[in-house]
Design a protein around this ligand. Structure first.
Ligand SMILES: *[C@@H]1O[C@H](CO)[C@@H](O)[C@H](O)[C@H]1NC(C)=O
Ligand SMILES: *[C@@H]1O[C@H](CO)[C@@H](O)[C@H](O)[C@H]1NC(C)=O
Length: 409
């Protein structure tokens, strides 16, 4: 039998009392590619010519995103993270990229990315320095916003290293106002919630940011995925009311295809991120990714669940025996159910589910499609027990379509 988590009044209609950032962007969770988790702060191009943070790396990734189906699947932003900057601003105080690694300049790189039909993102830091020690934005917010707009930036991740925690919200609000004044639509990814934890003013995040990191950086391991998802689950009552179209919680990058996750763990990360309505920002070498991992990232059903127009984040409804289950409400009375196993006992775990116990209701039941398994969909009533096997440190993702039209209330 399922032990249900007491259903908490998660959707308190808080958002009806909060102004939301109105830049028309990120109405579904942003999708793209960002260099950090895989390529870090590699600046030694002599030793690592294809992996260092240089214009070549981003051109290569843009090429692959356009040619290998990622753009078609919805991954549109190519995002430069830390370590792109020169150590000094130019004579007029403007940011400039490292001249050796970005000899053509950022505008040319953005133009290249745009020519592929993609969008271009960049990184800065609200404080005196970036986390990697490069010039920060704090005394130059207006100039930096304008510089980014002039270069053709479509997405800004503003980190929070070397910054005063007090008043951080005001600083990010100021930057949002400067971005708005450039009149260029720029997705704004804030980091203050990750630095301030649950003390952050999440109303300010919704008012000024399209997405925000809530928690520490993801690392290339299942332990890291587990730690992040444990934290989001533990704090869902505090976090979920703030997520929706135009404003998203961000549990950080997809690390699928790198060194740390097995095939099953990769399915689990994709299932969890999809059902959470998390931004889908890959960080992997698209030039060498193995086909089975590429297929997970390109799974159309998972992406459709993630990109559902209602923008409801999944709610954890069951947690027991190191198994966690989320339910996400989709359009047209459909649902997604994501299940992750954190078990390490070397054998699949059998979970028994009754849909009505999870709050799903339909007089004729649902058609269940198993997103990551090539089996025929099955029809189930809401009261019959369904058995599902979940691999150890693996995941399952279901899409449930109602068999009867619900009566209009
Ligand atoms: C600037 O803010 C106004 C008011 O919220 C909004 O209507 C407009 O779309 C914003 N423009 C940009 C480019 O973000
Ligand atoms: C939090 O942010 C909101 C929206 O910007 C603001 O109205 C409110 O005063 C802030 N709350 C605190 C405690 O600072």
């Amino acid at each position: 039998m399922l032990k249900l988590i007491p259903v908490v009044p998660i959707f308190l209609h808080l958002l009806s009392q909060i102004d939301c950032l109105d830049n028309g962007l990120a109405l579904t969770p942003p999708m793209g590619w960002m260099h950090w988790e895989r390529f870090r702060c590699i600046t030694d191009c002599a030793t690592y010519p294809t992996d260092c943070i240089s214009e070549r790396l981003f051109r290569d990734m843009a090429d692959k995103m356009a040619s290998d189906g990622f753009l078609d699947a919805g991954y549109e932003y190519v995002i430069v993270d830390d370590c792109w900057l020169a150590m000094e601003r130019d004579s007029e105080g403007r940011l400039q990229p490292d001249p050796g690694r970005f000899p053509s300049g950022i505008k040319a790189l953005a133009d290249y990315v745009h020519a592929k039909g993609l969008k271009f993102g960049i990184y800065e830091d609200y404080g005196t320095k970036t986390c990697g020690g490069y010039p920060g934005s704090i005394d130059h917010l207006a100039l930096d916003a304008q510089t980014f707009a002039d270069w053709g930036v479509d997405y800004l991740k503003l980190d929070g290293c070397y910054a005063d925690l007090d008043g951080m919200e005001d600083g990010y609000a100021e930057m949002e106002a400067y971005l708005n004044q450039t009149r260029r639509p720029i997705v704004f990814s804030c980091s203050f919630p990750a630095y301030k934890g649950l003390n952050a003013n999440y109303s300010a995040a919704v008012e000024h940011c399209n997405l925000w990191r809530n928690y520490g950086d993801i690392q290339d391991s299942w332990d890291s995925v587990a730690k992040i998802t444990d934290w989001f689950s533990l704090n869902q009552v505090a976090l979920l009311p703030y997520a929706g179209p135009g404003h998203w919680n961000d549990p950080d990058m997809l690390i699928i295809g790198n060194y740390g996750l097995s095939y099953d763990q990769s399915v689990a990360q994709m299932a969890i991120w999809s059902v959470m309505a998390a931004p889908l920002i890959m960080s992997v070498d698209l030039r060498t990714i193995k086909p089975e991992f590429r297929d997970i990232l390109l799974n159309k059903d998972a992406i459709r669940i993630n990109q559902d127009v209602l923008g409801n984040p999944g709610v954890v409804k069951h947690e027991k025996d190191s198994i966690r289950l989320w339910v996400k409400e989709l359009v047209d009375d459909s649902y997604a159910i994501g299940i992750a196993s954190y078990r390490v006992d070397g054998k699949p775990y059998q979970l028994e589910i009754v849909l009505k116990d999870l709050g799903l209701d339909n007089e004729k039941g649902f058609l269940i499609k198993n997103v990551f398994d090539d089996v025929d969909p099955i029809s189930v009533s809401v009261s019959e027990p369904i058995k599902v096997l979940v691999n150890p440190t693996g995941g399952v993702l279901w899409e449930l379509t109602p068999l009867a039209k619900k009566k209009v209330k």
